[in-house]
Design a protein around this ligand. Sequence first.
Ligand code: ADP
Ligand code: MG
Length: 197
Amino acid sequence: MDKETKLKLITACAECMIRHAEELTALDQAIGDGDHGLNMKRGFEALLADATVLSDKPLPDMLKAIGTQLVMKVGGASGPLYGTLFMALAKEIDDTPSLPSASAAFASAIEAVKARGKSELGQKTMLDVLIPVHRVWVTGGGTGLALAAQAAAEATVPMKAIRGRASFLGDRSIGHMDPGARSSQLLIETITTVLGA
Ligand code: ADP
Ligand code: MG
């Protein structure tokens, strides 16, 4: 992958997270502690500041460095989980991934997040976007991912949270979109737009 594309990916994702910080905060205020927007903004501002250096690295090294930054800067539950996602992607991907190899890397990254969060599909978390999007990728060959992500994030609204802070609310977590599902959706939307998928 060329440097320009990597730079575009980092910049677009960071700008998107910064732009949506207040919305993510509002979602987390409804069913959590209201820090998801600030957490993500802090992490992605750090990536934006490092964007030139990061995009000079081969894709696997770039993803590993992004994962490390996210663990250090995002904090909360989502920092280590997004960090795990990117670090696991880094382990499996090469610098010029084919669609099937990228999809396989995404599958192992999802498994790593599940293991780290002791979480599964249907528990009202970021996995409720990541897993359905991966399924659509496998069946549809890389198209329609942004729409799938949007539908998946919306589908977290009626779910009851079983993992994370929102689970403390029990039934009162029903009726709100999961903040981590929304941030995952935004990232997928941005990445597919930049890659023209
Ligand atoms: P915290 O919950 O520590 O305040 P954030 O607000 O930044 O951290 O992130 C909350 C998001 O993290 C949730 O909306 C959910 O998507 C995700 N999350 C929390 N716990 C888990 C888990 N065990 N597995 C997967 N995702 C999780
Ligand atoms: Mg929170």
